[in-house]
Every structure is written in C-alpha cells, then in structure tokens.
Design a protein around this ligand. Structure first.
Ligand code: ATP
Ligand code: MG
Length: 394
C-alpha cells in the first residue's frame, strides 16, 4: 500500500513573503525528527508537505513523531492512487473500510488542484459518494455533521485519499522565532514555560543553577530528564549548569533574609544575561506566574526584571497552577517534576519573605556586598553540554 502523510502547516500560511523560508525550516525539522525512523522522502507542493516512507520506514511511528512537530496545524495519513475515477472509487472503498463500516453518516470532500482532471470537484464528490453508498448501503450522506469525511485530493502528481485529520502540535516551526535561554528549575513550571515558547517557534537553550552540597546530583539529573522531555518538542537544547553555592552562601551571610529570594533571582538573571550576551541569545524565559509565591508578586517581579537588560518571557504569568499542571501532564514532565529533590531555591528559604520590596531596598541590599567576583567565578565555572532531542518520546 502506497501511503504518505499530508501535512497542512498552521500559521505559516499567514507569513506572506516569508512563507517559503518558514516551510523550509518546517521541512528540515520534520526530516530531523524522522531521521532515526528510517528513510523518508519529504517534498513540498501546493502548500502541502508530503512525507513518503521509503523501503522499510514505519509510517505508524512517523505519525507519532510528526504529531510533535510545531508549525503543523493538522495532518493526515493518505493513500496515493491514480488520477482515475474508477481507481479512486475502488481504492476509497477498501482503504477507508474500517471507518466507513463503523460510521452511520459521511460526506465526500473533493479538492482538485490539477485542473486538467476531467471531473470538477462537485462531480467527483457525487461520483465517489455514489460509489461508497453502493459499497456501504447502511451509510447516509450528511453534509453538515458527517461522522466521516472522505477527502480526495487531485494533485499534479497523483490522487490522494484520506479519512480523518489528525491534530498537529500547532504553533510555529522551532527556529523561526529566534532563540531564548530558559531558566529551568526542577519544578513543574519552567519546563512548561520552555515548551510554550518553543511552540511559538523559539529555539531553546537552558540554564540551571546548582548549589552542591546543598543540592544533589539527583536534582541535577532530574533537570536533565526534564529538558530531554522538552527537547522531544523543542529539538536539541544547549544546557548551561552554573555553580551557585558561593553566591548563595554570600547572600546568607551578608544580606537581609527577607530579601534573600529576590536577590537570588536577580543574581540568576545577571548570570543568565552575561551568558546570553556572550552566546548571542536575545531573550530569557522563566516559569514565573503572578502571585504564585512571594517572589512572584508584581513588585518582586519588577525588582527581578530590573536586573535584566533584555526581554524576559514569562508565558505562565497569567495561568493558574491547575492549567500549568495540565500541560505538564500532557508533555509528560509532571511525574519527573514532582520528584522530591532539593532545588537551590529551597536552600536557605527565608521564613518571612518580603512580598512588597521596592527596587530601592533591593538594590541597596545587593550593594552591601560585592558580588562581582563571585558572579565572574560562577560564569567561568559553567559546565556546558547539549541535551539531544528525545527521539522516541511518546
Ligand atoms: P518552577 O516550578 O519552575 O520551579 P516555581 O513556581 O517553583 O517554578 P520558583 O522556584 O520561585 O517558582 O522559581 C521561579 C522561576 O525561577 C522558575 O520558573 C525558573 O524559571 C527560575 N528558577 C528557579 N530556580 C532555578 C534554578 N535552580 N535554576 C534556574 N532557574 C531557576
Ligand atoms: Mg521552583
């Protein structure tokens, strides 16, 4: 059976003159995603991308992987057949047998982009509809709410038949919206924040702060697992692991306890900004959500933000925890996120954090100690590696 995937891209259609380059990135991302599954031929014609397995390549697994590629609105598994009415009738009845037997109602939707095909779309719909009614006499036509829509597309090279459209992952192809550095903890929120920005087309790098011996190797391994899961959608992620112990100890020893968390966040920002600047990454991402904890009140966020001289994207800012958890479950990060290992944020947590710090207070407290040498040391001590895209993610 000669089956392919027909892919309709999502918002790419809105991109006017850039459309070609967006489609090229999408095709590259699909190719990359299917690399380990065997050989696939990927072509583009008439605003549809076609994925054709070559030899032994498994279309079933390709369906699963393509469903995770951002920039795809919907796709379908389609049978390739001849541009001949009898062949189309015969093949549709066989190829869509399961769906048509189960359904009570159906309709036929014909698209004729090859205008030399002798039947116009309405005629083709009538002809194929009639043939399917003959083959499955229990069926009725319902043009408004059919249980099954049989689509036949007459394209330049062949005719394509498909039954159901599968939902794509939506968004924009990763890499078409530039790059940002995700500040990633082992919590529930930041992996979801990274996923959401990748869905808007951003390539990700990620930074995590560790404070051994207060934080363990297992906590770091957990973060890497989370990033692997996010990379299943976002592609490879450059990962920076920052030694943060000395900075946290200095904070504990020299700064007012009530401002501890905010000062820590600002110092995290400062380090992230330095690396982002060095690596040419124009923006940061955090998993902050308004009002979730003391360090995420509007004044606390303003004080944190003032330490960053480039955009900080906070895609969860207006979301409830339950909404965030729902996404975390869907992308399979939730179970890992709730493993109980210490994060550097939970080390030396103040008993009464200030929820309404003014920037003035915060800057004064920060100036009471010279963090500069420690910041430099932390940046110099960064370990860098690549988190490879998880190919078999389910
Ligand atoms: P999360 O679930 O992402 O941990 P949270 O609600 O627990 O978020 P905080 O712990 O206050 O919130 O952290 C707020 C944000 O600061 C995180 O979403 C993340 O972007 C960043 N952050 C926190 N801890 C770290 C860390 N150890 N390394 C890097 N970034 C961190
Ligand atoms: Mg956290």
């Amino acid at each position: 059976m000669n089956e392919v995937l027909l892919i309709k891209n999502g918002e790419i259609a809105l991109k006017g003159l850039n459309r070609g380059s967006f489609e090229d990135v999408l095709m590259k991302n699909i190719r990359w995603r299917l690399k380990k599954l065997g050989k696939f031929e990927i072509t583009k014609a008439q605003s549809t991308i076609c994925v054709r397995p070559v030899g032994e390549a498994d279309l079933e697994e390709a369906v699963e992987q393509v469903g995770k590629v951002f920039g795809i609105a919907a796709f379908s598994r389609a049978l390739v057949t001849e541009k001949d009415l009898d062949a189309i009738k015969r093949d549709a009845a066989v190829y869509l047998k399961d769906a048509l037997q189960k359904a009570k109602t159906f309709k036929v939707n014909a698209k004729r982009s090859d205008k030399t095909f002798p039947f116009k779309s309405p005629e083709l719909q009538q002809e194929l509809g009639g043939a399917l009614l003959e083959a499955y006499p229990h069926l009725k036509v319902d043009v408004h709410h059919p249980e099954v829509t049989v689509t036949v597309e007459i394209r330049d090279t062949a005719a394509y038949l498909h039954g159901a459209q599968l939902p794509g992952a939506g968004g924009l192809p990763v890499g078409t919206s530039g790059e940002a550095m995700l500040l990633v903890s082992g919590g529930i929120d930041s992996p979801v924040a990274g996923y959401l920005m990748a869905r808007r087309g951003m390539k990700l790098s990620a930074m995590h702060f560790v404070s051994p011996p207060y934080t363990s190797d297992r906590a770091l391994a957990k973060v890497e697992t989370l990033l692997e899961k996010v990379s299943g959608y976002a592609g490879d992620i450059t990962f920076y692991c920052v030694p943060f112990t000395k900075i946290q100890e200095a904070l504990r020893d020299h700064c007012p306890e009530e401002l501890f968390t905010i000062l820590m966040r600002r110092l995290m920002m400062k380090i992230a900004i330095r690396v982002a600047e060095r690596e040419g990454v124009p923006a940061l991402i955090t998993g902050e959500s308004l009002g979730q904890v003391a360090s995420q009140t509007v004044l606390a966020l303003a004080a944190t933000n003032a330490a960053a001289d480039r955009p900080v994207f906070r895609p969860l800012i207006g979301m409830d925890k339950s909404d965030i958890v729902q996404i975390a479950r869907r992308i399979d990060t939730f179970e890992t996120s709730i493993l109980p290992y210490e994060d550097c944020c939970t080390v030396f947590t103040p008993k009464r954090p200030k929820t309404r710090p003014t920037l003035n207070q915060v800057e004064k407290a920060e100036a009471s100690f010279d963090f500069e040498p420690l910041l430099e040391e932390a940046v110099a001590g960064i370990e860098r590696k690549t988190i490879k895209m998880e190919q078999a993610a389910g």
